[in-house]
Structure formats: structure tokens, C-alpha cells
Ligand binder design. Structure first.
Ligand code: HEC
Length: 161
């Protein structure tokens, strides 16, 4: 085989492997996107479960239950810090059924700020619950829902169809 032919053959082989490699990485990204989407939904449902448990404790009026519910607020506090991590590029609609709006990745700083908002509010909620004061805890529960959850959902989550 002439040297020029070998060069061409090697060149097309390289091109082929680039195509094969890029489709492989594309698939890998898509798969991890779907996986991340499922994890994000699980994180959200977990946050919502803790939030519901806190409401139940406050409504019961039982001081010991209210104080103990600070653990749920701390769990929310901890989980909220991981929201951006479970929301990478490629884990939105292209990864499956999702209500995550493209605005998340267009305004990444704003999204991170919204997650930090829940971190702050749930921290305050833990502090309020620790006092055992139902009234103070309920006031901060409302703030957490409005500022913490609403501050993100209002801008970054699509309306239910
Ligand atoms: C920083 C943004 C952010 C914060 C803060 C946030 N969420 Fe979400 N939440 C989202 C996004 C985005 C989705 C849509 C996820 C998807 O479908 O990909 C979502 C979805 C959900 C879902 C639906 C999960 C599912 O199974 O589809 C629930 C429930 C939920 N959030 C509850 C809460 C509660 C309760 C709070 C506050 C205590 C909260 N979220 C705070 C961004 C946030």
C-alpha cells in the first residue's frame, strides 16, 4: 500500500472513532441526565416529606414534638444545599418528564441563590422549632414555604399541565 493511502485509511479510521466516541459520550450524558432527574425528584419529595412532618408537629401543639421536628428542618437544610448538584445541564426536559424550566441554566446564579434561600429559611425554621414555640414555628414554617419553596418554584418550575 502506498504511503498516501495509509494516511487516508488512518485518517478515516480516526474520523470513524471520533464519531463512535461522540455518540457514546452523548448516550452516557443522556443516561446520567435521566438518572439525575430521578434523583432530583426524589430529593424534592424528600424535602416535601420533611416539610409535611414539621407541619404535623406544629399543628399537634406538643412542645416535645415541635422541638424534635427541628431535625426535619435540619434535613431540609442539608438537602437544599445539594439542589444545584442534582440539577446539572442535560437533566431537564431532554432527560425525561420534567418541570425544570430552561431558565435554570440560563440564570444559574439565580437558581443557586434560590436554593440558598431555602437553606437560610430552613435554618431559621430549625431554630424556631427548637424553642418549642408553636406560634413562632408556624410563622417561620410559612416563610419557608413562601420564600424557600416559592422563591424557586415561581421562577424555575413549569406550571402543572
Ligand atoms: C432551588 C430551587 C428549588 C427549591 C428551593 C425547591 N424546589 Fe421543589 N422543585 C424544583 C424544581 C426545578 C422542580 C421540578 C423538578 C423536575 O421535574 O425536574 C421541583 C419539584 C418539586 C416537587 C415535585 C417532585 C416530583 O416528584 O416530580 C415537589 C414535591 C417539590 N419540588 C417540593 C418542594 C418543597 C416542599 C420545597 C420547599 C420546602 C421545594 N420544593 C423547594 C426546584 C426547587
Amino acid at each position: 500500500m502506498k504511503a498516501s493511502r495509509i494516511v487516508i485509511a488512518a485518517g478515516s479510521l480516526a474520523a470513524l472513532s471520533i464519531v463512535a466516541f461522540s455518540s457514546l459520550t452523548h448516550e452516557a450524558v443522556a443516561a446520567s441526565g435521566a438518572e439525575t432527574l430521578a434523583v432530583r425528584k426524589a430529593v424534592m419529595r424528600s424535602i416535601a416529606t420533611h416539610f409535611g412532618a414539621i407541619k404535623g408537629a406544629i399543628v399537634s401543639g406538643d412542645q416535645n414534638r415541635i422541638k424534635a421536628a427541628a431535625r426535619h428542618a435540619m434535613a431540609m437544610n442539608w438537602l437544599s444545599a445539594g439542589i444545584p448538584t442534582v440539577t446539572p445541564q442535560g437533566s431537564g426536559l431532554n432527560a425525561g418528564k420534567s418541570r425544570a424550566l430552561p431558565k435554570i441554566w440560563e440564570d444559574w446564579a439565580g437558581f443557586k441563590k434560590a436554593a440558598a434561600g431555602l437553606t437560610t429559611e430552613s435554618g431559621k425554621l430549625a431554630a424556631a422549632l427548637k424553642t418549642g414555640d408553636a406560634k413562632a414555628a408556624m410563622a417561620q414554617f410559612a416563610n419557608t414555604g413562601k420564600i424557600g419553596c416559592g422563591g424557586c418554584h415561581r421562577f424555575f418550575r413549569a406550571k402543572k399541565k
